[in-house]
Design a binder for this molecule. Sequence first.
Ligand SMILES: Nc1nc2c(ncn2[C@@H]2O[C@H](COP(=O)(O)OP(=O)(O)O)[C@@H](O)[C@H]2O)c(=O)[nH]1
Ligand SMILES: [Mg+2]
Length: 667
Amino acid sequence: MKAHEIRNFGVTGHCGCGKTSLCDLMLFKSGAVDRLGSVDQKTSVSDYSPAEQEKKSSIYSTPLTCKYKEKNWFFIDPPGYNEFVGKMMCALHAVDSTILVINGTNGVETGTGRGWQRAVELNLPRFIYVNRLEMEGADFESIVNQLQDAYGKTVCVPFTYPVGKESSFSGIINILREKDLPSGLEGYRQTLMDTIAESDEALMEKYLNGEDLNDDEINHGLKAAICNGSLAPVFAGSTAKDIGVTELMDAINMLSPDPLERGKLTMRDQSEMDISESGPAVALAFRSQNDAFVGQLTFFRVFSGTFKAESDIFNITTGNKDHLGNLIMMNGKEQTIISEALPGMIFAAPKLKDTHIGNTIASAPTVKELPKVNYPAPVFTYAISAVKSGDDDKIISSLQKIAETDTTIVISRHEETHEFLLSGMGEQHLQNVIKKLRNDYKVEINTAPPKIAYRETITASGEGHFRHKKQSGGHGQFAEVYLRIEPAQTFSFENAVVGGAIPKNFIPAVEKGVIESMAKGPLAGCKVERLKVTVYDGKYHDVDSSEMAFKIATRRAFKDAVDKAKPVLLEPIMEVIIRIPDKYMGDISGDLNQRRGRILGMSAESGLQMVTAEVPLAEMAKYATELRSLTQGCGLFEMKFVRYEQVPANIANEIKTKYQASQSEEE
Ligand SMILES: Nc1nc2c(ncn2[C@@H]2O[C@H](COP(=O)(O)OP(=O)(O)O)[C@@H](O)[C@H]2O)c(=O)[nH]1
Ligand SMILES: [Mg+2]
């Protein structure tokens, strides 16, 4: 095998558009398998795991391989569901181009927009395959219009065109090669020829002189345009009827880049590295798997150089050494042992000690790290606890194991609420994690909505006073403190005591008392912030005063001051970005209103509507699930914290009442 004979691509698109079926058909047509796999009959080469067969849909990014007309293909079939978006993003870091599959009856969907956008961000050439055209209601022309509106009129141009429609869809016309092109399609040929000419000056000159371009020139121009993103050729087809797929496969061979044609690699530190078969070897770990069936496997994409079996490697990301034993070429669950892995190849390595998803491995320690793999931030969180006490450590270590194979799972402990949090891409995503904990790790957890980390502050100045005096047996306790508090941007503490009313050595105790009080505010037991505290007077007693006495007096004086300073509750406000098909706009904005949200802007992006809004976190707890049902699974969202804002009075009162009730219960 030679690197320039390798083609490496990922298949993307909305779930259910037919990605996996296309992969199965391509494997069959290439002769890699002698029976056509089927998602529906649970015989798919790609969706081979029991969980995928049960679901009849992809859960993992499956590496596949075949030889098609002299080219060795390595391709990845990632899952399309929102909750698996992290896996799709990792997979796209491992490929050289993409096939974006579109459901011919549905057109551009959120999964389409996301696949397109990720490919653009990663500079991946895009081939578009409009599938299911034999179905009733499928309309190629209107999908082309949609694509052109969304991604550019001269970018998404039909390369093949359907003959017949719906049940009479019987074949395709090749726009560039067809001798008697129907007159309505002339415009597409013209656009393609213009694009080809624009890709290269010599071609442009010839073209403008009215000379015909030969096949090599046409292919050269097409490939250049596809590689620089100015053309995303659109293919018409039906996987079910095996129409249009051969043309797509031939185009992959002829028009997609080989692994040496990426130019230079731009590394994480922006330095550049030449790609070659013979230089230092570098690869990215894009998936890891540790399940009962195959044990631990890490999947890599080689970017440059050649990795050998039984060789030492350097994990550039962690700085540790590791060792490659067997190199395995994967085709679904089929494993073939290989002796070396070239640029463009995808291979798996068993039992690596210390190499995780996103890590860069290399044959030499001086190789730089590959660009960072960006994962989406989690959007759904449970507060978790062990069902059986004593299981805590086991739960954490099991979750860490699971998170190693799924980068969108995050385990954390909240600093303010002290809860253990399990975060992911949606309720179903986390339910799957819990199922895995139960079945594979034999531990059970309770889940609850996470507490909101409210905060408290004051809106006016206030003074507080407390005299702590206690006579208990021997010597007593005595301290008296006067505090002034006022709103400020950040916290500060000032000592304004004159004449030694409180001796200097007790001032630190006063400050400590203030800081301790601020950890648990009087309104709802939350962190208090944004205020300046001044101690300006007090009294002490030679024998009975102590640090403890001053801390106690300070706490009570602080509460007294806060009560008088018009205290309010603050809540975290999130910036929320929602991507939905146009038709859900009305429902989504109405729903945001109900959540006390403020819409900041709307715009079209990658064929979808993008809504930017600010919404209190308290209203977003179940949004992942609710957006799903509002949009029939089509909506996507992401959110990040922006700032704290005052909680409206009616809601603040509810929170305070609840807190006071829980306090009196405790007492
Ligand atoms: N009618 C029809 N169904 C198809 C076609 N391609 C795939 N399907 C069906 O669409 C469903 C989803 O296909 P799958 O390949 O799992 O989609 P994925 O989620 O994109 O991987 C399955 O039931 C397939 O049999 C097609 O060309 N025509
Ligand atoms: Mg699939």
